[in-house]
Design a protein around this ligand. Sequence first.
Ligand code: NPG
Length: 369
Amino acid sequence: MRRLRLPLVTPFRSAAGTEHDRDVLLVRLLADDTVGWGECVAPSAPHYTSEYVDGASEVIRRFLVPCLGSVRRAAAPVAGDVTADGVAAALAPVRGHRMAKAALETAVLDAELRLAGHSLASHLGAVRDRVPAGVALGIAPTLHDLVEDVARCLDQGYGRVKLKIEPGWDIDPVRAVRERFGDRVALQVDGNGAYALADAQHLARLDPFELVMIEQPLVDDDLQGHAALATRLRTPICLDESITSARAAATAIALGACTVVNVKAGRVGGYLEARRVHDVCAAAGVPVWCGGMLETGVGRAGNLALAAMANFTLVGDLSASARYYHRDLTAPFVLDGGFIAVPAGPGLGVEPRREVLDELTTAVQTVRV
Ligand code: NPG
């Protein structure tokens, strides 16, 4: 387990707090001679969901790695004697902590796929080799700053922009962007649970701006509230924090709480559960898109593979590495005509650069299964 501190190009502010640096936890699994990597997306503080990076680190070391011993005994040997398919069941005695579990499962999956010579994209059933890039813009100091940032993003080739909103920063920024750029930009907003059902009338003022969606306006456990809000807005509702599993996605859809789903592997416990979320949504005719958590190249590689699946028909929070990091842990992902290439190499298809790792590492811990 390796902790690293990566300075962000600019601080990222949302209703869930401000990140100045990314405090990253990487898991490096060594199984015989095979290596696998996983990035834990838990932020530094528990403001987005209850998970945070120190807690994730503790739960991996103290509770999750010891659970992996049971896969070791039970599973058929593929990578060493641990297979990614068995990881979620082995970790099930620990409740929650999905971001921590996802990091561990991804490291096992990466090792297994590297050994087999298969890419994560092909393993998940990807249907494309590049995905359109989208950008998420944090709450800006002024409307002028925001509009300038949108202009730069459009110049760089991003075709879809998501604005972070909160009470006091919602209608005006959306209006400012629409007035300046018209329908040249596919626009959506993300409330990170900062609103109440009593704000329905206010949020309905977003309807005339033809947003692609409003994401997570209410708190994560208020599915009924989202369903009620959906009857009062024309703007489609997307859920993020509420969707903790494929079952949660099925429930939210059945209740009419959302018509779009944001899929984040970390939030649902790993890429294998993320694929199940994709499948549940596809079966219900609900389009999905890939969310982002300010990942380094390690996590970004996995997200690109996920977003290459068929029902990821909406543009995700998948930006070039340079949007967030001057220097990424892996070779940077770049925009090419508004698209980012899906890694094709074995496993995640990326290799963290030793000299960058060494320079940015703040702590290393070794745990044995
Ligand atoms: O492009 O990686 C990205 C950022 C996308 O807005 C984004 N992420 O609420 O979805 C979110 C938000 C986030 C970032 C949440 C960091 C938690 C931590």
